[in-house]
Design a protein around this ligand. Structure first.
Ligand SMILES: Cc1cc2nc3c(=O)[nH]c(=O)nc-3n(C[C@H](O)[C@H](O)[C@H](O)COP(=O)(O)O)c2cc1C
Length: 174
């Protein structure tokens, strides 16, 4: 075969290290969310940036959760989760939900929480919240990639909390 270059699989060379990947990814600005879950009377969540819109029809979000995160067991058990995109005034909540091993109820003492459709905690004053039923769960490396069918939604007017290079940041005008 001649002509266009064919993408090479990793085993054919062209791999990069986890360090190189992390260094480049740290430069990328991301909105910050807390993914929440509830099951069997237990509630918890984690701060996450590996989140994006997957499809509009049907309304579906994609989230990536490390298999060591304690909230994943609740997501799996209930088959549901919520994505709460934080406002710029909610960085204390982002810190609590990314402090390893804190109890769910300790984290949830910060902020005011309600529920929409699934019964998962949803944060009052968040920029946007998406209440989801798990449509698919795919293991990839260290993480579980979840597709969540959105069954409830809220949105507000506040400015989003961002993350880049190890710091929480605010949107600044051009
Ligand atoms: C800015 C930021 C973004 C993060 N993004 C993710 C993510 O997308 N997925 C994930 O599994 N963990 C992510 N984490 C790590 C979890 O928030 C952290 O490991 C959390 O403590 C896990 O909950 P646990 O302590 O209850 O297990 C992120 C942490 C920070 C500070």
């Amino acid at each position: 075969m001649t002509g266009s270059a064919t993408p090479q699989p990793p085993e054919a060379g062209g791999t990069i290290s986890a360090e190189e990947y992390t260094l480049a990814m740290r430069r990328v600005v991301s909105p910050v969310a807390v993914i929440t879950a509830a099951h069997g009377g237990e509630r918890n969540g984690l701060t996450a940036t590996a989140i994006c819109s997957a499809t509009t029809e049907p309304p579906t979000v994609l989230v990536c959760i490390n298999r060591e995160a304690s909230a994943l067991r609740l997501v799996d058990g209930a088959g549901s989760f919520a994505v709460n995109f934080l406002s710029e005034t909610q960085s204390d909540i982002a810190r609590a939900f990314s402090t390893r091993g804190l109890a769910g109820e300790t984290r949830l003492r910060l902020g005011s929480w309600t529920t929409l459709v699934t019964g998962v905690p949803v944060l009052t004053g968040a920029v946007s919240t998406f209440d989801c039923v798990v449509a698919e769960s795919i293991p990839v490396g260290t993480h579980q990639i979840l597709l969540g069918r959105v069954v409830g939604v809220t949105s507000g007017e506040d400015s989003a909390l961002l993350y880049r290079d190890g710091f929480f940041r605010r949107v600044a005008p051009e």
